[in-house]
Design a protein around this ligand. Structure first.
Ligand code: CDP
Ligand code: MG
Length: 666
């Protein structure tokens, strides 16, 4: 532990109690907590939402929209769809759609609800649909899905005629797709008065949702309101808040120290730690193992560390749901994925680093970057609340109380900080031509809509009248990838004869967590043309290996075997014909990503061509190990200590004018 971090004195304060239940003996609590000893029916009846079952059903008779607010774990996601099912909303082969902003939430919840409904597997009465994985049949009555998948369905069936009820769950997360679904549903509801929409949220922004969905224009007659709010009073035990007395210079070190302190000095109870991403989680995990194995009293202090972040393969993410064990403290190292999406039983201590990694849009360049920023107060309170679900808990905020007061109250919705090209493309495909007039819950900045239109025009997806082109624009809208990827795939097929190669690259880029030993992977597969062709090289080597040997081969080469299997599933081409990819594939990449072109500067950094943004090569890029090439194309930008380009490919400058003449003419 570095010495500059001794300054970990906490000031303490109690907050957030809607009940004053005090904790009794730990063992007793743990027995209560281990709810698996209760029958599933008993558990269902004990959930706070159960008290409102009749009320919910009654309101849905008369109101078109219902906004349900209740803290995480009170039963919104798992119970409400079942109440509707039991009340007959799914009769006649109909189905309730429940959207989730995250894949892990859609799958884990479907598994749980199937179990509660006495189903032996997922995919019957209860199913889920996420990208590359559809576990539903035409008898499925409750369908959990990512909001992105619901958008896809709306392209085929704009009125969502199969669904009597759509539940937009975790609406407070305000993901890009959630906001888009919300805007579209409002239009559908006018055409389909029978459709019911349930918006559920863990925070108190209910009024905004309600005002938005209320179609009653007569403010003097509330009885005509088409939307109602229902809040679920929940048991939430008190959470003791601890702040640092002095700011920390290194929150990763402070996180490790705080976890060790909790583990060695506090009574049993699991720990949930909020960090910003995979790298930090891995660092903290390693340091914890070092620190805790040095501890002489360790024999009495058993622990297990479980990471969870969206790049982790789903089956590994599921490990956080293992039931709590009084003899072994579970230390969950999480990103904000654990803030509201998933319910982990047994958490008593929360450590909140105070930061979050989010997408942020640069209006100037029209590109998204990932950037680590302080959380909002709303997020910090959600995080703290995770500690008070089963008994009173403690939350350690690794910043000062004064710093908390300065945080933004709410997180800005993603739609106001994202590149909107896929939003615009999807809206166009749904027949919404005047995007600037679309009724968004939170309207995006007009400038970013304009930038999105410009990019789509340059990609050839829309014409001079801002209409979707056929076939390019139409096809791009149907592909489940970001517009530049879609264009790359299309031109690979039409102009460069390398679709297999490009599809493989896209599959490799969209499946997270492929490499577990980056330096080994680089040594084995790195090529001088850059990261995209390196990924292709990995893929091609992988498919050449006999299936039974693939897992061992992956391990020997620093690759994650499960992730590679998913690449294969997502990538349906079995044709192993190989062209010499080096030029054609790179040209296809340029046809999608020409706006991300950059040129070397004397100081070793790069400058984007169009908008003169200064960027650096990310240390994980293969390009960093070769002599700095003069011209590159990058996939995205991540901002940490500097603004870094990730996933780079070396290009020739004349390809830009050849492939995107309009974009680079001025
Ligand atoms: O959606 P909300 O946060 O209101 O709660 P939920 O996800 O419906 O969870 C209700 C309860 O079901 C939680 O308190 C958990 O104890 C339990 N649950 C579970 O045991 N396993 C899951 N995968 C999901 C929920
Ligand atoms: Mg939920």
């Amino acid at each position: 532990m570095s010495s500059h971090n001794n300054n970990n004195n906490y000031s303490s304060q109690q907050q957030e109690s809607s009940s004053s239940l005090s904790s009794s003996e730990d063992v007793l609590l743990f027995n209560n907590l281990n709810q698996r000893s209760l029958s599933i029916t008993q558990q269902r009846l004990a959930l706070p939402v159960y008290q409102l079952r009749k009320h919910i059903l009654h309101l849905l008779e008369t109101k078109q929209t219902l906004v349900v607010v209740g803290h995480t774990g009170c039963g919104k996601t798992t119970q409400i769809p079942q109440y509707l099912y039991e009340a007959g909303w799914c009769d006649g082969g109909r189905c309730i759609a429940v959207t989730q902003p995250r894949r892990v939430a859609a799958t884990s919840v479907a598994v749980r609800v199937a179990e509660e409904m006495g189903e032996s597997t997922v995919g019957g009465k209860v199913g889920y649909t996420i990208r590359f994985d559809d576990q539903t049949t035409n008898t499925t009555a409750i369908k959990y899905m990512t909001d992105g998948m619901l958008l896809r369905e709306m392209m085929v069936d704009p009125l969502l005629s199969r669904y009597p009820v759509v539940m937009i769950d975790e609406a407070h997360e305000r993901s890009l797709s959630t906001d888009l679904v919300i805007g579209l549903l409002k239009k559908v509801m006018v055409r389909r008065p029978d459709l019911r929409v349930i918006v559920s949220s863990a925070t108190l922004d209910a009024e905004d949702f309600c005002n938005y969905f209320n179609l009653n224009k007569d403010s003097n007659d509330k009885t005509k309101d088409t939307c109602a709010i229902l809040s679920i009073e929940g048991r939430n035990y008190p959470v003791d808040l601890h702040y640092l007395e002095e700011p920390t210079a290194n929150y990763v070190d402070t996180t490790v120290k705080t976890i060790v302190d909790i583990h060695l000095t506090q009574t049993p109870g699991d720990v949930l730690v909020f960090l910003t991403g995979q790298d930090e989680i891995e660092t903290v995990r390693r340091q914890l193992i070092d620190r805790l194995s040095d501890d002489p009293t360790n024999q009495q202090h058993q622990y297990t560390i479980v990471p969870i972040y969206s790049g982790l393969p789903l089956e590994k993410q599921m490990k956080v749901f293992a039931p709590p064990n009084i003899h072994k403290r579970k230390i969950v190292l999480a990103t904000n994925i654990a803030e509201t999406s998933i319910t982990i039983d047994g958490i008593v201590y929360v450590v909140d680093c105070g930061f979050v990694k989010i997408k942020s849009y640069s209006g100037r360049s029209g590109t998204d970057s990932l950037v680590v920023v302080p959380t909002s107060q709303a997020s910090a309170n959600q995080r703290a609340g995770r500690a008070g679900r089963n008994r009173s808990g403690k939350c350690y905020r690794l910043y000062t109380e004064a710093a908390f007061a300065k945080l933004d109250v709410h997180t800005i919705p993603e739609i106001q900080r994202s590149n909107l090209s896929s939003v615009v493309l999807q809206l166009k495909a749904l027949g919404i031509d005047n995007i600037l007039a679309f009724d968004f819950l939170s309207p995006p900045v007009a400038d970013s809509l304009v930038r999105a239109l410009e990019l789509l025009y340059a990609l050839g997806a829309i014409d001079d009248y801002a209409k979707l082109t056929s076939p390019i624009g139409m096809t791009m809208a149907e592909l489940p990838t970001e517009p530049p990827f879609s264009k790359m795939i299309l031109s690979a097929a039409s102009d460069f004869g390398c679709s297999e190669e490009c599809l493989s690259i896209v599959a490799m880029l969209t499946i997270p967590g492929i490499q577990y030993n980056q330096s080994l992977v680089r040594k084995q597969f790195g090529v001088k043309e850059g990261d995209h062709l390196t990924l292709l090289n990995i893929y091609n080597s992988y498919v050449d290996i006999k299936q039974k040997d693939q897992s061992g081969w992956c391990h020997d080469n620093g690759l994650n075997a499960k992730a590679m299997t998913r690449v294969l599933q997502g990538n349906n081409n079995n044709d192993t014909k190989k062209v010499d990819p080096s030029v054609l594939v790179r040209k296809a990449i340029v046809s999608g990503f020409f706006s991300n072109a950059a040129r070397l500067l004397p100081d070793g950094s790069y400058q984007t061509i169009k908008d003169k943004r200064n960027l650096w090569i990310h240390p994980t890029s293969i390009i960093g190990t070769i002599n700095s090439p003069e011209w590159v194309i990058f996939h995205d930008v991540i901002i940490t200590t500097k603004e870094f380009m990730k996933e780079l490919t070396v290009i020739e400058p004349n390809w830009l004018s050849e492939i995107a003449p309009h974009y680079y003419s001025k």
